[in-house]
Design a binder for this molecule. Structure first.
Ligand SMILES: Cc1ncc(COP(=O)(O)O)c(C=O)c1O
Length: 539
């Protein structure tokens, strides 16, 4: 059976380059915008080369769907490049038989390019609204849909295409990354008007942020497009650049008492973290010359190590010294995240018993340049089928490296194309996400689950303190998923991503889907605290 991939793109979204990439695959036939003439006829839109398109293609979209889209194909994969806005006046039932991919692009990048072909573009020409509508429709039908963001694709073509192929169930082919310059036989007759730059290309062009100022006359249209783009971008496949910040190529890492360059930063195959995930850890953040909540993190590390019965642990002062040395060696005074790991250390021989650990624990201080991971994005979550560990299994209060429980949940989030997974406790109440604590706001009151089945996060504690200090009603209680669905606001907390607002859980939109007033207030209070508090760096 032929796999029919339909790419529902907006205009100027590198969709032709993506078609060229698929055209390089030996198993694939590509088709260029078979519904273009149908769209021009129905909409009356004035596009360059309109008459030639109407002459070259079947004008009746229903016939195109009936007679062309599912015609026998001589290859196992058919890739059909489509513009989302061409999907007018058509029964969309045929989408059930296609693998649907939506390709979008930041309107700040797209609109200035669109005006070269369509001087007075409207929201319809820009296609964002049709794309979100299509996305919601497919999700509501429980039909898989993959979202691509042109920027992510250009930043990391190999990584994003590999993820796309995996989602489509076909092998990734290196050949997709380059092609010969010039036109292709599959190009539509409109190519001379639209394909100048793709014809000059021989692969995906590097993503360059636009330097020209955004035209003021497009601001109103931009404001219309942006919410649609944001909704789509939230679930787009992300670039897997080797490093998001190239400065991290050359960092120094503290391992087992020595500062070494990144490439040499290793533990033994006999280390307990390798053998059994037998280690504990902390994530810390450095803000403008201060380490935030350092003492609280050191205390939690110590408690975890004690619960795991580690012997001969380094003192808090020794850990502080290693941390400061690492940050100084890397000249990191701001925008840095530190992963502090204490393993039970190297074993004499492989085996479970800590009696084989005769060398004492091994401290790792890994500091990286890393801004809060979610930026200003709103998150989407799904509920995981894996339950967070209750104290009678592995107590979640131990911040240990045996993260399989959380990783299995994260895999479900990745498979669903969302940011993280909500984890329930053994009785079905909400505990936290796979990586952060969860809060809701209902009628102005902030609520969070008791820290019984979740990590008592430091950020969580700070937020509870901020509420108390600022007369924001707040309590810890058992909370069910229903209460999260019905909340006015939901946000996550953690050192990695600070306070991150949640747009949807299990496809239930939270509140009106925008960042709520209490979340904003707490974010501001938290930012203010990080500017004022923290242990000053001694360099
Ligand atoms: C499972 C889990 N929950 C919550 C958090 C957030 O904790 P914190 O605020 O201390 O970073 C983390 C951070 O490591 C975590 O791993």
């Amino acid at each position: 059976m032929t796999l029919r991939i339909h790419l529902w793109s907006g205009p100027r979204n590198v969709s032709t380059a993506l078609m060229y990439a698929f055209a390089q695959r030996a198993d694939t036939r590509v088709v260029d915008e078979p519904l273009y003439a149908h769209y021009l006829r129905v909409s009356g839109a004035v596009h360059p080369g309109r008459d030639a398109v109407l002459q070259a293609q079947e004008n009746d979209g229903r016939r195109v769907v009936r007679e062309q889209l599912f015609a026998p194909c001589d290859r196992p994969v058919q890739f059909v490049k489509q513009m989302a806005h061409h999907l007018v006046d058509l029964d969309r039932g045929f989408l059930r038989d296609c693998a649907n991919v939506i390709l979008t692009r930041d309107p700040r990048d797209m609109l200035p390019s669109l005006v070269n072909q369509v001087p007075e573009p409207t929201l319809r020409d820009a296609a964002y609204a049709v794309q979100t509508q299509l996305y919601r429709e497919l999700r509501a039908r429980n039909q898989p849909v993959v979202v691509l963001d042109a920027r992510e694709l250009l930043v990391d073509p190999r990584g994003v295409l590999a993820q796309l192929c995996a989602r489509l169930g076909i092998p990734f082919d290196e050949a997709m990354l380059s092609w010969k310059s010039g036109p292709r036989p599959e190009d539509g007759v409109w190519a001379p008007h639209w394909y100048h730059s793709v014809h000059r290309s021989t692969g995906f062009e590097r993503h360059e942020p636009k330097s020209a100022p955004f035209p003021a006359r497009l601001e109103a249209l931009y404001a219309e497009c942006q919410p649609h783009y944001e909704e789509l971008a939230a679930s787009a496949l992300r670039a897997r650049t080797r490093l998001s910040d190239p400065r991290n190529e050359h960092i120094w890492v503290h391992v087992g008492g020595k500062l070494v360059p990144r490439a040499e930063a290793k533990v033994s195959v006999f280390d307990s973290s390798v053998q059994g995930g037998d280690a504990c850890w902390e994530g810390l953040r450095v803000y403008d010359g201060r380490v935030f909540a350092l003492d609280a993190h050191l205390e939690r590390l110590e408690s975890s190590a004690k619960a795991l019965a580690f012997e001969s642990c380094p003192s808090r002062d020794a850990i502080r010294r290693a941390l400061f040395e690492t940050l100084e060696r890397n000249s990191m005074r701001d925008q840095a995240h530190v992963r502090l790991t204490l393993t039970r250390g190297e074993k004499l021989t492989s085996g479970m018993t800590p009696r084989n650990n005769v060398f004492g624990p091994c401290l790792i201080v890994l500091a990286e340049w890393k801004a809060p991971v979610f930026g200003t994005r709103m998150l989407e979550l799904v509920t995981s089928s894996w339950r967070r560990n209750p104290p009678m299994c592995v107590d979640s209060k131990i911040h240990h490296n045996n993260l399989i429980n959380n990783i299995l949940a994260k895999i479900e989030a990745d498979n669903a194309g969302v940011d993280d997974a909500v984890m329930l406790d053994i009785e079905g109440y909400v505990s936290e996400t796979n990586a952060t604590n969860l809060f809701l706001v209902r009628h102005g009151e902030v609520q969070t689950p008791f820290a019984d089945h979740c990590l008592p996060g430091i950020t969580r504690g700070v937020v509870l303190g901020l509420c108390a200090a600022n007369a924001i009603p707040c309590r810890e209680r058992r909370l069910s998923l229903t209460e999260f669905y019905a909340a006015d606001e939901v946000f996550t907390t953690g050192t990695m991503g600070e306070l991150a607002p949640v747009r949807a859980i299990d496809r239930r939109r939270i509140g009106d889907g925008t960042v709520g007033a209490t979340t904003r207030r707490l974010q501001a209070l938290f930012t203010d605290l990080t500017r004022r508090e923290g242990t000053p760096l001694p360099f």
